[in-house]
Ligand binder design. Structure first.
Ligand code: ADE
Length: 224
């Protein structure tokens, strides 16, 4: 999968992809991430990409021209399956959406800043709008990093043990069960006996039960 990201803060998007699973995905050639500085398509020599909003009001708006030019230039090089704008008023990201997006070949992400991007870009170029939650970030970069991480780990071959993503929270609409590692007794806090029993069938039943219970308590809105 190839991901292109349009941003005015490319530096912010360096580190999130240079470690751990995202690094491995790229090293293995399963994920290619290209970060593009929107100022490359600025309207003047001062690097301007934003302007005051029509109708008045505080806050700048990212202009049509740099975005349109950038999207058109990149789209001329490959066909994007989705052009995604990260915005708090988009559809809220969930695991199902991540699963669907992980099947795409090429996606282009647009990171907004200030008051957001000119509505005409959303209408004429953007195919999907995604929010990572009902709160407002300073810009779309961290949201883009979250989205790429969520999708990237689902690409076949990225995780060592491919089955592990299958048992992540949300994959079956259930939260993951609790997990424990050594020692068996830490300050008198014991690992549940069932996990030490060696009875795999019973352990699976216990885990499923715990998942159901957690989901009921913490996400009463989702059905298991
Ligand atoms: N940009 C600012 N806040 C955001 C959010 N919650 N999700 C996606 N993009 C954003």
């Amino acid at each position: 999968m190839r991901v292109d990201i349009l941003t005015v803060l490319p530096e912010l998007l360096k580190s999130p992809f240079e470690h751990s699973i995202m690094k491995r995905a790229q090293d293995k050639g399963l994920l290619e991430i290209n970060v593009h500085h929107l100022r490359k398509w600025a309207v003047n020599e001062y690097g301007q990409v934003d302007d005051y909003q029509y109708g008045g009001g505080a806050g700048m708006v990212m202009m049509c021209e740099p975005l349109a030019k950038a999207i058109e230039e990149l789209s001329g090089q490959r066909k994007y399956d989705e052009i995604i704008y990260l915005t708090p008023d988009g559809e809220t990201l969930n695991q199902k959406m991540a699963n669907t997006l992980s099947l795409k070949e090429n996606i282009l992400l647009i990171c907004g800043h200030y008051k957001g991007i000119d509505e005409r870009i959303r209408q004429h170029f953007v195919s999907k709008e995604i929010s990572i939650g009902d709160y407002v970030l300073s810009g779309g970069e961290l949201a883009a990093a979250v989205l790429v991480d969520t999708i990237g780990r689902l690409l076949p071959g990225v995780l060592n043990d491919e089955t592990s993503a299958l048992f992540d929270s949300f994959q079956d609409n259930l939260l993951a069960p609790p997990v424990y590692t050594r020692p068996e007794d830490f300050r008198g806090w014991k690992v549940p006996d069932i996990l030490l029993s060696g009875d795999h069938k019973k352990i699976e039943e216990w885990r499923h039960e715990q998942s159901l219970q957690r989901t009921k308590e913490r996400r009463p809105g989702i059905s298991g």
